[in-house]
Ligand binder design. Structure first.
Ligand code: HEC
Ligand code: HEC
Length: 232
């Protein structure tokens, strides 16, 4: 009985297995075709936009050559090193900068960084902006004393370099192509604790105590007047 029953069962289950395998193979083929199709459609619909394309948004505030625009508080960013641009864009995006309620201009910039979808877009725009020719913004603050500023700048040069061209190892950006009004505003923010106090802002935390060594607005203007003489 057993021997007659067993082959019959074996045959039925065997055909069942074959049917299962066939539909599994068909399903896999169909899945691969659909999935790969979807992939290539998604891939061609959303490649990382070119830096020039992403820059169209930035130009609205930072200007067509990224030379800055004082009425909207947007600094010159042309030719800043890629590492600094990436770090700042990531910091704005993640909320390490531009989150303080008294940081109005930082809060204007933050949503712009948030519009960059991912690290690839951040790299693309940072690379593009880093390759733009650095501008030479005109002096707008008039009452700084560059000679007194030179003495104050000795401290700053330890991180920003004697020529204020920046030092990646210290995470310190170049200052030699920045507008004086932006340098003044930034030093003011560091001093007031509006920038460089967020726990997520480790590089800002390096800078804040340095801003506090400048005792008053006149000292800020003096050191900035000296930095403006370093423009190439
Ligand atoms: C709505 C105006 C606006 C737009 C659009 C805008 N920004 Fe800004 N951006 C600002 C302002 C204002 C600041 C100054 C923030 C501050 O003072 O801390 C700033 C600051 C920055 C900084 C910091 C510069 C520094 O020296 O630390 C970078 C980098 C930057 N923007 C890059 C970009 C990029 C890239 C885009 C395009 C994706 C862009 N911005 C679009 C207004 C804008
Ligand atoms: C210990 C190293 C160090 C010293 C010394 C130092 N800085 Fe900085 N500075 C930094 C770092 C790091 C940053 C970048 C902060 C960030 O990531 O937001 C910075 C940023 C700045 C910024 C903002 C630049 C921008 O594009 O937003 C200004 C302005 C500045 N420093 C001026 C000065 C001046 C003036 C002095 C001297 C009084 C000075 N720094 C001394 C490390 C230093």
């Amino acid at each position: 009985m057993k021997t007659r029953f067993a082959p019959a069962l074996f045959t039925r289950s065997q055909s069942h297995v074959v049917a299962c395998l066939t539909s599994l193979v068909l399903f896999c083929v169909l899945f691969c075709v659909l999935f790969c199709g979807a992939c290539s459609v998604a891939g061609s619909a959303a490649p990382t936009p070119a830096g020039a394309e992403l820059f169209q948004l930035c130009a609205q505030c930072h200007g067509p050559e990224a030379g800055g625009n004082r009425p909207v508080n947007a600094p010159s960013i042309a030719g800043l090193p890629q590492w600094y641009l990436e770090a700042q864009l990531k910091k704005f995006k993640s909320g390490g900068r531009g989150m303080h309620f008294d940081d109005l201009s930082g809060m204007q910039m933050r949503p712009m960084a948030m519009s960059l979808a991912n690290d690839k877009e951040i790299s693309a725009i940072a690379e593009y902006v880093s390759k733009l020719a650095p501008t030479k913004p005109a002096t707008q603050l008039t009452d700084g004393d560059a000679t007194r500023g030179q003495a104050l700048f000795v401290t700053c040069s330890a991180c920003h370099g004697a020529d204020a061209a920046g030092m990646e190892a210290m995470k310190a950006p170049p200052l030699n192509h920045a507008s004086d009004w932006y340098l003044f505003a930034s030093l003011g923010k560091f001093k007031a604790g509006v920038r460089g106090t967020n726990p997520a802002d480790t590089s800002g935390a390096l800078m804040r105590p340095m801003a506090l060594t400048l005792p008053n607005e006149q000292a800020m203007k003096d050191v900035i007047a000296y930095i403006m003489t370093l423009k190439k």
